[in-house]
Design a protein around this ligand. Structure first.
Ligand code: F6R
Length: 622
């Protein structure tokens, strides 16, 4: 989704140290670090000391904008600026539609969608404003300009404009008679401000700031900020100045760099053993049992509801399926898994007291946020399983369990997913203990495996890239791939299938193995790859039958199995043996095989692994 960067230089500090980077460079570097969010055009606006604002836009990549501006004298001598990567919603990805947009006194960049922009446009055209783009953003720009001309007061102009706006937004605004200042506000869209030695920063996500400062503040909906180089001043929705504190984030500066890996996705897959270990160890008490007191969740909470509703999107929903399987199998608590975009209109029936669990790596997914609000409206207690500290969903949940995976930059989630499943696995154990469904001994062994055997098994898979490359060679020549499995293997298969299709663009589907013959078997023909996930011996007989069904149609069968799952020679064309872990944990492990398979396949096909076409990280529009 769109990305915002802003910087207002502290001129006196910069002159004193003589070390200040150019405003243009800071903004362009910020845009590079937000590229992972997905975008199709980019732009930058820089102000000089007299308030003269220079805007340059490109309908291409940030690199093009970088070249277009590197020798631009006005860009290089600026004192303050805002920049943007646009992910087209209203209007095609053209230069005219790229941000920043300008009116007579105002230049802005915007993330989000203004729902009532058609009415606003009519109103503003009536006032004589002429529109140069097809965007909803330009209405906001002219609206603020109109209000500013009435009051000459930026706070009043912004406050009055917000009264008109319906929808979601993060806005960074420059007024051409207030050089050196950036004004900002937000509603249901991420925005972070920060203060460094060189000046004040603004961005839609942490990676854009990591090289400058790790002291950040996330404004609440409706708050208004002024960054004036030396300091950040905060106002509430009524325009009253307000105190606030920056919070320190402990993400490593290198976390937003590839550190020698060719792609962020590969780097993030290699980070999974540590990420899972960290996420789990953090929540295993000295007694070796799950302990969520680090998240501020009292033990009584786990006995305070009758059912769970999971709400999430994409891979987070796939993590939710695994979570449902574990919670129902181990703790016998009923769980529904709900696609957030559907939930807000049609939540399932509520069974007794309900805990709503919102799962989101970014913590900013608009559909998940809306579903969380719906769940709260219906009286649910809410808990978030979130990676990004202080994000919107984290702030609106009654309880938050951070996955602590560090920044995830590749659009396709990897460590985000596995750490979500790790937290859900601990929740299942905690509930099973709280409800007397698991003995202490069983829980101790379960937690020990999750903390040690599972990260080790993930590490083992990352060391076997050559084997996986061989499988990828075969897959990369096909048009369709099917993943089949039963129980947890089916749920893992759904995520495996998404990974493959989203980054390699090879069509792929996942089926409960027993379901294939109810229609989809018609698509299996000679050499169609079928990847059978077989990790729990309990399913051997039935999987055997399902595998023979597809083998009888001459498919290419790749068996991904645990060592103990019977695997006679004639069973498969090729096989990949997973390291042994208890069957309940195989979805965390087998998915890593599929992440690497998808990665190697995409690389062989020359796909843009970290930025798959049409996709965006952190989907902040509904
Ligand atoms: C797929 C993927 C997406 C996200 C989904 C939810 O690889 O990354 O399906 O899982 O957009 O995102 P979050 O977890 O940020 O809410």
């Amino acid at each position: 989704m769109c990305g915002i960067v802003g910087f207002s230089g502290n001129q006196s500090a910069r002159e004193k140290t003589g070390s200040g980077k150019k405003v243009r460079d800071i903004l362009i570097e910020g845009l590079y670090s937000l590229e992972y969010r997905g975008y199709d055009s980019a732009g930058i606006a820089v102000t000089d000391e007299k308030g003269k604002i220079t805007v340059v836009k490109s309908s291409g990549r940030v690199e093009e904008l970088d070249h277009m501006t590197e020798k631009n004298e006005k860009m290089n001598s600026g004192i303050c600026g805002i920049a943007h990567t646009r992910w087209a919603t209203h209007g095609r990805p053209t230069t005219a539609n790229a941000h920043p947009h300008s009116s007579e006194k105002v230049t802005i960049v915007h993330n989000g969608i203004i729902d009532n922009y058609v009415d606003l446009k009519k109103m503003l055209e009536g006032d004589g404003y002429v529109f140069l783009s097809e965007t909803d953003t330009e209405t906001v720009c002219h609206l603020i300009d109109r209000e500013y001309k009435k009051t000459s007061d930026p706070i009043e102009a912004i406050r009055n404009s917000l009264d008109y706006l319906k929808g979601s937004y993060a806005l960074a605004i420059m007024f051409n008679d207030r050089p050196g200042e950036i004004w900002a506000t937000r509603k249901d869209n991420p925005l972070i401000v920060a203060k460094g030695e060189d000046g004040c920063y603004l961005a839609s996500d942490i990676p854009a700031l990591l090289h400058h400062t790790r002291d950040i503040y996330r404004p609440a909906d409706g708050e208004i900020l002024c960054l004036n180089g030396e300091k950040v001043v905060l106002f509430d929705r009524e325009g009253r100045e307000k105190n606030f504190e920056f919070s320190h984030i402990d993400w490593n500066v290198n976390a937003a760099d590839k550190e020698g890996f060719p792609h962020f996705m590969l780097k993030e897959i290699f980070e999974e053993p540590d990420a899972v270990r960290r996420c789990v160890s953090h929540r295993i008490g000295e007694d070796g049992l799950p302990d969520f007191s680090v998240d501020g969740i009292p033990d009584e909470m786990w006995n305070s509801f009758d059912s769970i509703q999971i709400i999430s999107c994409g891979s987070a929903t796939h993590a939710g399926y695994v979570g449902r399987y574990l919670i129902e199998a181990l703790a016998d608590v009923p769980v529904t898994v709900n696609t957030a975009s559907e939930y807000r209109y049609m939540p399932p029936a509520f069974v007794g007291k309900t805990l709503a669990i919102a799962i989101s790596q970014s913590g900013e997914t608009a559909d998940t946020l809306a579903a969380l609000r719906k769940a709260k409206e219906k009286g649910c207690t809410s808990a978030g399983i979130i990676n990004v500290f202080g994000s919107a969903i984290a702030r609106e949940s009654d309880y938050v369990m951070y996955t602590n995976a560090g920044p995830e930059i590749a659009v396709a989630t990897t460590k985000g997913y596995t750490t979500q499943v790790a937290v859900l696995s601990l929740i299942a154990c905690k509930l099973a203990l709280a409800r007397g469904r698991m003995t202490k001994e069983e829980a101790l062994s379960y937690c020990d495996s999750l903390k040690n055997a599972v990260p080790d098994a993930i590490g083992n898979i990352t060391e076997r890239r050559d084997e996986i490359k061989k499988a990828a060679m075969r897959i990369s020549k096909q048009h369709d791939v099917y993943f089949i499995g039963r129980g947890p293997d089916y749920y893992a298969g759904i995520e495996c299938s998404l990974k493959l299709k989203e980054i390699s663009y090879i069509h792929s589907e996942a089926y409960a193995a027993g379901e294939l013959k109810h229609g989809t078997l018609a698509l299996i023909e000679k050499d169609t790859p079928v990847i059978a996930l077989c990790t729990d011996g309990m399913y051997y007989e039935k999987m055997n039958g399902n595998i023979r069904e597809v083998r009888a149609r001459d498919c290419y069968l790749l068996l991904v199995h645990s060592p103990s799952f019977p695997h006679p020679e004639e069973f498969s064309d090729d096989r990949f043996e997973l390291p042994e872990v208890p069957a309940v944990f195989t979805p965390i492990v087998s998915v890593v095989f599929a992440q690497l398979l998808a990665y190697e396949t995409a690389v062989m096909l020359g796909c843009d692994v970290d930025h798959p076409r049409n996709l965006a990280k952190s989907v902040t529009v509904e």
